[in-house]
Design a protein around this ligand. Structure first.
Ligand SMILES: CC(C)(COP(=O)(O)OP(=O)(O)OC[C@H]1O[C@@H](n2cnc3c(N)ncnc32)[C@H](O)[C@@H]1OP(=O)(O)O)[C@@H](O)C(=O)NCCC(=O)NCCS
Length: 277
């Protein structure tokens, strides 16, 4: 029977490498110290290396199970231990607000508490609602249906802001989102024109400084540029713009004639406001 080359075990490979390394080191040292030892002389002083740990047989089932893992849920990940289990900021997010509690959030909490109290004795499993921040982000295509719905409820029908996605949305748009619900919209025509076309907050989410935050983010993303807008003369948003330092520079009679419903209580006359920066 012919003997072929025996398979090289990883232990003997490690032994050979270690032996070569030690030989190298000893020869270098002896050269530096002026002494001379032949490789054969050194070899005789070397005792063979035997691994101290016996190799553990591989459990293929465990190996397969490990190979099957493709992702780790964020809640179970090492990163979540470092950062906390709150979801990481989305790349388009500008600002995350965990503090604000809006009238709508309060109402929902009251309803849930009431329901829990009313069913305290029953065996119904009461679902718990996770809290989430209000996230300020730039306009994404996914927001468009909700943005149009919100703007049409607040202003007039037929509003389409899809082309804002083509004009530097990272500078000219701010959207406030709670979980997947769009609760506020602030849009500028473009970073060149810096004219605010729409500012609106969903009913039930107002008076919680969402408009103020959106306006602040929009202004700070367009520094050193005057910002202009038109506002109906009897709109309470005038107070908000005043707080930012907007000043009226023009009175435009009938500005909203073509847009507002004739029965609307909002004045059709507008002020053109300017924020000098
Ligand atoms: C105007 C509007 C955007 C305000 O949104 P909001 O999130 O409630 O506003 P904020 O909570 O950020 O309010 C900021 C400031 O605005 C003023 N303000 C806003 N709404 C007000 C109201 N109804 N009455 C009195 N003051 C008001 C307040 O001075 C407030 O500051 P303060 O809380 O420090 O006193 C919102 O009511 C809305 O969507 N209105 C309909 C659309 C509209 O008119 N947009 C403006 C077109 S130019």
């Amino acid at each position: 029977m012919e003997n072929g080359p025996s398979p090289i075990s990883s232990d003997s490979l490690a032994n050979d490498r270690l032996r070569a390394h030690v030989l190298d080191r000893v020869q270098n040292n002896s050269r530096n110290s002026g002494a001379h030892h032949s490789p054969q002389a050194i070899e005789t002083h070397l005792t063979p290396f035997t691994p101290t740990r016996p190799s553990i047989p591989v459990n293929n089932e465990v190996l397969d199970a490990l190979n099957d893992i493709t992702t780790t849920p964020f809640e179970n990940s090492f990163l979540s231990r470092l950062q906390g289990t709150r979801a990481a900021m989305a790349p388009s997010a500008i600002y995350i607000d965990w503090e604000t509690v809006t009238p709508w959030m309060n109402l929902m909490m009251d309803i849930r508490e009431h329901y829990a109290l009313a069913n305290a004795d029953s065996e119904i499993l009461i679902p718990t609602e996770s809290t989430a921040p209000i996230t300020y982000t730039t306009l994404q295509r996914i927001h468009l249906p909700q943005v149009h719905d919100l703007l049409e409820r607040v202003f007039w029908s037929g509003i389409d802001v899809s082309d804002s996605l083509d004009y530097s949305p990272e500078k000219a748009t701010v959207i406030a989102v709670y979980k997947k619900l769009v609760v506020g919209v602030a849009i500028m025509s473009s970073p060149q024109e810096t004219y605010i076309t729409f500012l609106a907050v969903r009913a039930g989410w107002d008076k919680a400084k969402i408009a103020k935050t959106m306006l602040y983010l929009l202004v700070s993303r367009n520094p050193k540029k005057d910002i202009t807008l038109h506002v109906s003369v009897n709109n309470s948003a005038m107070l908000l713009y005043n707080q930012f330092g907007f000043k009226a520079e023009e009175f435009v009679a009938g500005f909203y004639d073509d847009y507002l419903d004739p029965l609307s209580r909002a004045s059709k006359n507008a002020f053109k406001l300017r924020l000098r920066q």
